[in-house]
Design a protein around this ligand. Structure first.
Ligand code: TGC
Ligand code: FAD
Length: 392
């Protein structure tokens, strides 16, 4: 891959909206991506392997649970800091951002919000340092967009719970030490359980043959009469709203992350358009290429503003689930469109691994599907504005 010459586009001076602390956090994540992600990511994506050696470094830049309070081992940052870290990591690769999102919003968040004090003290500090890695099991082979239909279940056996079922498409499952698993009890009520690697009957086979998110490890979670200690049940929230609450946090991070991927594609295409000469002049001088670039920076700027405003609402505790859905949907679609246009500007070179664009484009095909598909988020907006539920 070519050297990383990334210069972040900031067409509307959005830096003026950030505090010095935000900029410091953002810049250190940006530098880390340049130093540690860009030089190796193409190779890992090509061989379809997660770069495990980045785990400790991700923890060091505060990417695991940025908003987790210091008393539980987190850095206690605000939501805009969390968003900026996700933006910078996804500027490098969506798969690396996935690992950070899952650890932060889908593993640490449910333990923080729904766990008891003992669970928080036992797991959160080690998750913050990457000593423990986690995954989140909601999706099942027959229940993706409709997780409420899940069949994974547990029975009360007196001194333990007995867990059975299967989860599919689980980021980080092949190497995770713990899994937050959503399962129904005998009354059909959904609860979260902390399932630990090594429990008998629990396996995590890897999913191969992905054309997307290749530097992220994806797999299954299979539970065959797994005895889960009673103290591993998350006691403080039940029902589908519990896992969906975690998704709100992760979807928020994706709204920022997708902007990072788009910024990288735009910056690469802009630089290329000024250097590549055809018909005796840089292709950036042709109106058709300028149209692409001008539309890209316009859409990126709008998405940056949406993410920032959502961050302010999150900090104030006022962001609704539907607002988060709108930002996730808009910003991921924007990023895919930017990636497709940027790839064309590079002509044939755009399909090679010498540049990041094709990898981003392929990655974003997962990002537009996971954490609620593009269609599902549209229907959430539809429900919010009409009051009429298209899912029922
Ligand atoms: P519905 O009847 O609407 O709601 C059930 C209960 O949940 C509450 N609720 C929410 N709570 C918090 N946050 C949200 N976003 C919420 N949305 C709904 C709701 O108030 C209700 O509470 P209660 O107390 O009345 O019971 O549920 P439904 O069955 O009709 O489904 C609604 C729908 C389709 C929107 C929802 O199921 C959905 O979002 N489906 C998409 C599934 C999804 O996003 N899966 C993601 C899996 S994890 C993943 O992809 C990780 S990838 C990570 C990575 O690698 O980065
Ligand atoms: P389906 O739900 O079968 O949807 C198929 C199509 O039907 C979609 O286009 C969808 O929009 C459409 N559709 C469905 N319902 C409706 C409707 N009511 N109206 C209109 N159209 C509809 N899950 C986890 O739990 N944990 C993870 O860590 C995780 N990581 C993932 C990593 C990757 C790389 C991928 C690809 C997925 C991951 N997922 C994870 C699963 C992801 O959340 C699901 O793929 C997603 O929710 C969609 O479910 P599905 O694939 O079963 O598609």
């Amino acid at each position: 891959m070519k050297p990383d010459l990334f210069e972040a586009p900031d067409y509307y001076n959005l830096d003026d909206l950030l505090t010095d602390e935000h900029k410091l956090i953002r810049d250190s994540a940006r530098e880390w991506v340049k130093k540690s992600v860009s030089p190796i990511i193409e190779e890992y994506a090509q061989k379809a392997e997660f770069p495990n050696h980045l785990i400790k470094e991700l923890a060091d830049i505060g990417a695991f649970g940025p908003y987790i309070p210091e008393e539980y081992g987190g850095p206690g940052l605000d939501q805009i800091s969390y968003g900026l870290i996700m933006q910078e990591i996804e500027r490098g690769d969506s798969g690396i951002r996935s690992t950070a999102s899952v650890q932060s919003s889908l593993v640490m968040y449910p333990i923080l919000k729904y766990g008891n004090e003992e669970q928080k003290m036992r797991f959160l500090p080690k998750l913050a340092t990457g000593e423990l890695m986690g995954c989140f099991g909601l999706t099942e082979p027959d229940h993706g967009s409709n997780p409420g239909g899940m069949t994974t279940n547990y029975k009360d056996k007196g001194d333990h719970y007995l867990l059975n079922g299967a989860k599919l498409w689980i980021s980080n499952s092949p190497f995770a030490d713990i899994a937050i698993v959503w399962a129904k009890n005998e009354e059909g009520r959904i609860h979260g359980l902390i399932v630990e690697r090594g429990m008998e009957g629990f396996t995590t086979p890897e999913t191969h043959n992905k054309w997307s998110l290749r530097a992220s490890s994806t797999g299954e979670l299979i539970f065959n009469d797994v005895k889960v200690p009673k103290e591993n049940l998350l006691p403080n929230k039940s029902g589908l709203g519990a896992p969906l609450g975690c998704l709100d946090s992760a979807r928020y991070g994706i709204a920022w992350g997708a902007v990072g991927a788009a910024m990288d594609c735009y910056d690469t295409a802009l630089r290329y358009s000024k250097e590549r000469v055809q018909f005796g002049r840089p292709i950036g001088g042709f109106q058709l290429q300028q149209k692409k670039l001008a539309e890209m920076i316009t859409e990126i700027t709008k998405a940056q503003l949406l993410a920032w405003r959502l961050g302010v609402l999150k900090n104030e505790g006022k962001a609704s689930s539907a607002q988060i859905s709108m930002a996730k949907r808009n910003n991921v679609e924007m990023a895919i469109k930017v990636a497709r246009e940027a790839r064309q500007i590079l002509g044939g070179m755009g399909i090679t691994g010498d540049y990041s664009i094709m990898r981003h484009m392929m990655n974003l095909e997962s990002v537009i599907t996971y954490e609620g598909t593009h269609d599902v988020h549209l229907l959430i907006t539809g429900l919010d504005i009409t009051g009429l539920n298209a899912f029922k």
